[in-house]
Design a protein around this ligand. Structure first.
Ligand code: FAD
Length: 390
C-alpha cells in the first residue's frame, strides 16, 4: 500500500492498522477514479448517481462497523475513514452513505429484532436494498422531540398518519425507519415502513443549492397500515431515536473533515501553479498564511476524529462528545472551504474545480443531524448544568 495517502501533517497514519489503511485506500481510489470525473455533472443536473452506487456496492464499504448480518467487518476508525473519503469526493455520496448505513442500518442494528436484522441488513450492506430514516417534519426540525406523525394499533397493524420532510433516500427507499407518536401512550416509536405500502407517498424536494446529487423527499402517510411485526422492538421512546443520532453524529464529524481536506488540497495545488505578479501565489506571505491556517484546522479535525473512533471502540463515546465534534468540525470545515474558495479567485466558483460544490454541500452537513447551534446547546447544557433549549 502506498503510504502517503492523505493530508497528514502529524503522521497520524502511523496509528492506522493495515485493514484501516486498506479501507482508506480502496475508498480513495474509487473517489479519484470514479467519482471526481463525473460528480460535478450529476450535481449540476441534481441527478442521483445510480451508476456510482452500483460501483460502491462492489467496494464492500457499507455497514458502518455493524457486526455480522453480511456487513463488512471494520473498526470505528475504518468506518470514519470511509466517511471522510467519500465526502472528500462528494457531499451527496457522503450523505447517501450516512443515511443508508449510519441512520437506517444503525437503527435496525441497534433497535431491531433478530428477524428484522436478518431480513434487512445483508441486502442493505450490499446496497441491493435502500434505506431511509424519517424523523424531521415540516413543523419540527431541531425540536423533533415535538413530532406530530401518529400511530395507533388497529387489529393486526399499526395505522400511521402524518408528514415528514427532508428525508434522504425517501423516494427510492425499500424500507423507511419512521418515527411517530403512539396516540395511546404518547411515546415516540419506530416502525419499518416498506415501499409501495398503500397510503405512503414520497415526493422529491426540488430546488436545493446543496448536496444536489442526492435526493431528499417529502413523505405523506395517509392511514398507512404497517404490520405489527414491523415495529422496531427497541424503539419505544424519543431517547431511542436520539441514541441512533448520537452514533451517527461522529460520522458527520468525519464527513466534515473530508470536505475540508478536499478544499485544502485543491487550494494548495492551485497556489503552487497559479502565477500572479510573475510568481506562484504560494510565494506570497498572505497566501501561505491562509494555507497554514487551513492545514492547522484540518489537523485539529483529524485529531478529533481519531479520538472519537478510539472512544467509540472502547465504548466510551458520549452524546456530548459526538455533539462537540460535530459542531467543531462542521464549523471548521466551513471556514477552511471559504478560504480555499478565496484562494482560487474566480476559478473558485467553477464546478470543475470542486471547491464551490464542497462550499455549497457543507451548508447541509452543518445543518443536518442537529445544527451546530443545537450541538452547542447539548454541550452547553452539560458543562453548565443548565438547559438553554427552551
Ligand atoms: P430549524 O430547527 O427551524 O432551525 C433554524 C435555525 O434556528 C437554526 O439555525 C437552528 O440552529 C436555530 N435553532 C433552532 N432551535 C434553537 C434553539 N433552541 N436555540 C437557538 N437556536 C435554535 N431529517 C431526517 O429525519 N432524515 C433525513 O434523512 C434528513 N436528511 C436531511 C438532509 C438535508 C440535506 C437536510 C438539509 C436536512 C435533513 N434532515 C433530515 C433534517 C435535518 O435534521 C434538519 O434540517 C435539522 O435538524 C434542522 O431542522 P430545521 O431545518 O427545521 O431548522
Amino acid at each position: 500500500i502506498g503510504r502517503s495517502l492523505f493530508t497528514d501533517y502529524l503522521g497520524l497514519q502511523d496509528e492506522l492498522t493495515e485493514q484501516e489503511l486498506d479501507y482508506l485506500e480502496r475508498t480513495r481510489r474509487f473517489v479519484d477514479h470514479e467519482v471526481l470525473p463525473v460528480i460535478g455533472d450529476y450535481w449540476q443536473r441534481a441527478e442521483f448517481p445510480f451508476e456510482l452506487i452500483a460501483k460502491m456496492a462492489e467496494l464492500g464499504i457499507v455497514g458502518d462497523g455493524i457486526e455480522g448480518y453480511g456487513c463488512p467487518q471494520m473498526s470505528p476508525t475504518a468506518s470514519g475513514l470511509i466517511n471522510m473519503e467519500l465526502s472528500r469526493g462528494d457531499g451527496s455520496l457522503g450523505t447517501f452513505l450516512g443515511v443508508q448505513s449510519g441512520l437506517a442500518m444503525r437503527s435496525i442494528a441497534l433497535l431491531g429484532s433478530q428477524e428484522q436484522k436478518q431480513r434487512w441488513l445483508p441486502g442493505m450492506a450490499a446496497l441491493e436494498v435502500i434505506g431511509a430514516f424519517a424523523l424531521t417534519e415540516p413543523e419540527h426540525g431541531s425540536d423533533s422531540v415535538g413530532l406530530e406523525a401518529s400511530l395507533h394499533r388497529d387489529g393486526d397493524a399499526y395505522v400511521l398518519s402524518g408528514r415528514k420532510r427532508w428525508i434522504g433516500n425517501g423516494s427510492i427507499a425499500d424500507v423507511v425507519v419512521v418515527w411517530a407518536r403512539d396516540t395511546e401512550d404518547g411515546a415516540v416509536k419506530g416502525l419499518l415502513l416498506e415501499k409501495d405500502t398503500p397510503g405512503f407517498q414520497a415526493e422529491v424536494m426540488l430546488g436545493k443549492g446543496s448536496v444536489r446529487a442526492v435526493w431528499q423527499a417529502d413523505l405523506t402517510f395517509t392511514d398507512v397500515r404497517v404490520p405489527l411485526d414491523n415495529k422496531l422492538p427497541g424503539a419505544n421512546t424519543f431517547k431511542d431515536a436520539s441514541v441512533v443520532l448520537a452514533s451517527t453524529r461522529n460520522s458527520v464529524a468525519w464527513a466534515a473533515l473530508g470536505h475540508a481536506v478536499a478544499a485544502y488540497e485543491v487550494a494548495l495545488t492551485y497556489s503552487k501553479e497559479r502565477i500572479q505578479f510573475g510568481k506562484p501565489l504560494a510565494t506570497k506571505q498572505l497566501v501561505q498564511d491562509k494555507l497554514v491556517r487551513m492545514l492547522a484546522e484540518v489537523t485539529t479535525m483529524q485529531l478529533y476524529c481519531l479520538r472519537l473512533a478510539k472512544l467509540l471502540e472502547a465504548g466510551k463515546l458520549t452524546d456530548t462528545i459526538s455533539a462537540l465534534a460535530k459542531m467543531n468540525n462542521t464549523r471548521k470545515a466551513r471556514e477552511v472551504i471559504a478560504m480555499a474558495r478565496d484562494l482560487l479567485g474566480g476559478n473558485g466558483i467553477l464546478l470543475e474545480n470542486h471547491v464551490i460544490r464542497h462550499m455549497a454541500d457543507i451548508e447541509a452537513i452543518y445543518t443536518y443531524e442537529g445544527t451546530a447551534d443545537i450541538q452547542t446547546l447539548i454541550v452547553g447544557r452539560e458543562i453548565t448544568g443548565m438547559s438553554a433549549f427552551t
